[in-house]
Design a protein around this ligand. Structure first.
Ligand SMILES: [Zn+2]
Length: 124
């Protein structure tokens, strides 16, 4: 589980811990910030930069609001994820926010930046 860690600094552990409430909280913030960006892009008609689903990274339908609105966050997701969310809600098996594609992408990039700017880098 921890074999892929690029460094041992505490920041990385904060972002990648799978059992901490803080991670789920951070993940929720990332999704909510993304939702704001998505809304802004919709108004600016610049949706071409947001073609991928924040939940699975699959392709969204053109025109953000033609996709599915997430049941858990005020953000649009692809129709497949909309269906998956509906089924998961029915089964009581909600996908954690930390498992969303946008969260893992951003936390990975952020962690690499933060780790590289700190002094406790472990050489690959
Ligand atoms: Zn999706």
């Amino acid at each position: 589980m921890s074999d892929n860690k690029p460094c041992k600094c505490s920041l990385y552990n904060k972002f990648t811990s799978t059992d901490g409430a803080a991670t789920e909280y951070l993940a929720s913030i990332i999704i909510m910030v993304y939702a704001e960006i998505q809304r802004g892009a919709e108004h600016m008609d610049s949706t071409d930069t947001l073609q991928n689903c924040p939940r699975c990274n699959g392709l969204m339908l053109q025109g953000v609001s033609r996709n599915a609105l997430s049941r858990h966050f005020d953000v649009f997701i692809c129709p497949n994820c909309g269906m998956d969310e509906a089924i998961r809600v029915f089964k009581g098996d909600v996908l954690p926010a930390a498992s969303w594609s946008i969260v893992s992408e951003i936390s990975k990039n952020l962690t690499i930046k933060l780790c590289n700017s700190s002094s406790n880098i472990e050489n690959p």
